[in-house]
Each structure stands twice: as C-alpha cells, then as structure tokens.
Design a protein around this ligand. Structure first.
Ligand code: SF4
Length: 391
C-alpha cells in the first residue's frame, strides 16, 4: 500500500536556512521512488493539526540550537535525526547501514540512514513549492540558488583531526562516501559538496584507488562548476593540491579555516604554498568564542585576522554560540561585521570601521569599552589596515 510521508526541515521552520537539508532530499528521493506521496511540511501548526493524516513523518535538523515545539517528537508516527540531535548520528557510519529502509519508520531517533536511502538520488524538487511561495511573495530568486541550481552531496565523509567543537570529533578519518554520479542531476548547473576534509583524503582501505585527486577528476569530468562548502584544511596544502585547485572549475570563494592561534605556522605555510600557484584571494573561517570568551580570545582573533591580511587572505568570523556569554559580546559582533563584509574590510581599519557607524552608535561604544579595559591589545591591532600589506 502506498504511503503518505511528511518531511520536516526543522532548521527551516525555526530560524530559516538557505540550504536544503540533504537527509530530507534523500528520504524524499527514496520514498518517491517507491511510489509514495512525499510532502514537505511547511509549518509546525500543519504538522500538529494534520499529523494523523501521514503514515510517517521524518524530522531532520542540522543545528543543535534549532527549537522543536513540545510534544512533536513524541507523536506516534514521528522519527527524527541529523547532526542537530545529540543522540543521532545520522551522518555515521560514513556509508550508511545495512538495515532495511523500513527500520527508520519507528517512533524516535534515527541513528543512521539505511544504505538504500543514504545512497539514493536526492529528490531535488522537494522544496519546489516552498521556493515558489517565497518567490511569489517577493523574495529574490537568488536567495534560493542552493535549492534551484546545485546538485548536492558528499564524495567523502569524516576527518582525522578530532576537534572538540565539531560533529566529527569521534570520526576515525576520511573515508570514501560516494561517486559524484550517485547524486549528480545533469540538469542542474552546479555542484556543491559537504565533505568534511577533502584535502585529507589520501587512503581508504576499502577503496584503495580513491583519494582527493580522483575526486577532483570526477568533478572535472562533469564539466560543471563546483564548490566545497566546509572550510578546507589549508594546513594540508601541497604544491600539487594548490595547482589542482587553481585549475579547477571552481565556483565562488576558496574557503579554508584558521580556528586556533597555535595553528599559525602551518596556516602560514599553507598560505605560502597557495600563493605560489594561485593568485586568487582565499577566505578563511576564523572561529571565535570557543577557546574562551575573554580578551585572550579577542586578541587571538585580531592576531589571526592580521596574519591573514599579511598573506592577502580574507577572514570570515565564525562566532561560536558561547560568545553570547562574553562581557565583550559587542566586540565579537563588531569583528564579524567588519571582517565579513570585504568591501569594508579592505578599505578600513577596525577603528575606522567602528567610527564610520557614528559616534553614538553601539559599535563605537563596544570598541571604546574594550579599548578602555585592554589598551595594549587595542594599540596593537585597532589601526591595522588591509592596504598596508596589499597596496
Ligand atoms: S578539521 Fe574541520 S572537519 Fe576536521 S574535526 Fe576539525 S573542524 Fe571538524
């Protein structure tokens, strides 16, 4: 008997998001291929009032801060998973599991997707009605390009670094996940990948021929522009990787990460290597608010920003939720606004950017409060400008 399946992208219903949820796309792809009716549920009210009309409802979320109304997860026909649920490991094991698909139609948490779903072609049209509604109410279509223009997937999964703030903390290394053809929609113009650490993919005992080079070759064969959305690991940059990236049919910014101050030597080495082969300005995520939320963390952020300026690279401030507990919350906000808008960042020092917001603005107040408490840090970093190093 054909079923009616409801799918909820919880991040979309709570805060809104610009990316389709890949788990939702795969679930939709598999169930539609069985002939079932699959609907994206577009409000919590709809779910609560009409839950009984669905044979089963799946809820997925990426972010742990996404809220779900009370009682929803207890409904008899709801199961849920994704990196946003602490007890769900929907991303692991890397290849999915050998369980039959029906095993996930039980109430409660889903720990891993069955292989048949994990490796099924996503249904890229799941969000069509939602996108159409948004565009009809006047939102610009460009906002929905991730839903409309891209094929999405993983070539590899996992990472070997065990960073404590990351969903990959317990991952045992980079492993092959799928060939690009598994999730490529030839009608879509571009490709983006969610691989955790593509540049660390050198060896998988189960796929002896696989490595980062082979992934880039597969991507080149599609003839489409592509992008790795997670920050790539510039500490692993080599001359060969820099050359391949330079020649790739890449879409948008090359994004890497500079999360901790002690990484400075290997980051600088990676940036030097990049520069030998590539003239493009890379962007590096600068994680703040995680190591601590005090003046030391802010000094570390300024130091990393300055290192990047010196290497003709742009910072992108990524604030960990914990920054909200800081006495200097406002400084974190200022730093993000200054750095994350390259048009400001390339033209103004931190002090000039803050002053441009007006003498009576909160931006200036935050800047002065921190300078009052930590004049040495302010003296060292407030007046440094991009064009000092990049005339
Ligand atoms: S390097 Fe990146 S992907 Fe790997 S564990 Fe650290 S944050 Fe996660």
């Amino acid at each position: 008997m054909k079923k009616i399946i409801g799918i909820v992208d919880a991040d979309l219903l709570d805060n809104g998001t610009r990316h389709p949820n890949l788990v939702c796309l795969k679930l939709a792809g598999w169930y539609r291929a069985q002939g079932d009716t699959v609907l994206l549920i577009d409000s919590w009210e709809d779910l609560l009032y009409h839950a009984k009309e669905y044979d089963h409802i799946f809820i997925a979320k990426v972010f742990d801060f996404t809220r779900i109304p009370e009682g929803v997860l207890d409904l008899h026909n709801v199961s849920y998973g994704g990196t946003g649920f602490p007890d769900s490991f929907i991303a692991f094991p890397p290849g999915g599991s050998n369980l039959p698909a029906e095993t996930i139609e039980r109430r409660g948490v889903i720990r891993t997707l069955p292989n048949v779903i994990e490796h099924h072609m996503p249904d890229y049209h799941l969000y069509d009605r939602y996108v159409e509604k948004e565009i009809t109410r006047g939102i610009k279509p460009i906002k929905y390009k991730d839903y409309l223009d891209f094929s999405i997937g993983f070539a590899t999964r996992g990472c070997f670094r065990h960073c404590k703030f990351c969903v990959n903390e317990n991952s045992c290394g980079v492993r092959f996940h799928s060939h690009i053809s598994e999730w490529l929609d030839p009608t879509r113009k571009m490709i983006y990948l969610w691989d955790d650490n593509i540049l660390a993919y050198t060896h998988d005992p189960n796929h002896p021929d696989g490595n980062w080079r082979q992934v880039f070759e597969e991507l080149a064969e599609t003839g489409k522009r592509f992008q790795f959305r997670q920050g790539m690991d510039i500490r692993l940059m080599t001359d060969e990787k820099a050359k391949v990236l330079n020649e790739a049919h890449y879409y948008g910014d090359y994004i890497f990460a500079f999360d901790h101050p002690e990484e400075r030597p290997s980051i600088e080495k990676g940036l030097d290597c990049w520069r030998r082969h590539n003239d493009k300005i890379p962007k590096l995520y600068v994680l703040v608010g995680w190591d601590s939320q005090d003046q030391n963390d802010i000094e570390s952020a300024f130091m990393r920003i300055t290192v990047l300026m010196k290497h003709r690279a742009l910072p992108y401030i990524m604030r960990h939720e914990l920054y909200k507990n800081s006495k200097y919350r406002g400084t974190y906000i200022n730093l993000a606004r200054w750095c994350n808008q390259p048009s400001f960042f390339k033209k103004k020092s931190y002090r000039e950017y803050c002053l441009a917001n007006g003498e009576h603005s909160s931006t200036v107040r935050y800047m002065r409060e921190f300078e009052h408490d930590w004049p040495e840090i302010a003296k060292k970093y407030y007046d440094i400008r991009w064009d000092q190093f990049n005339p």
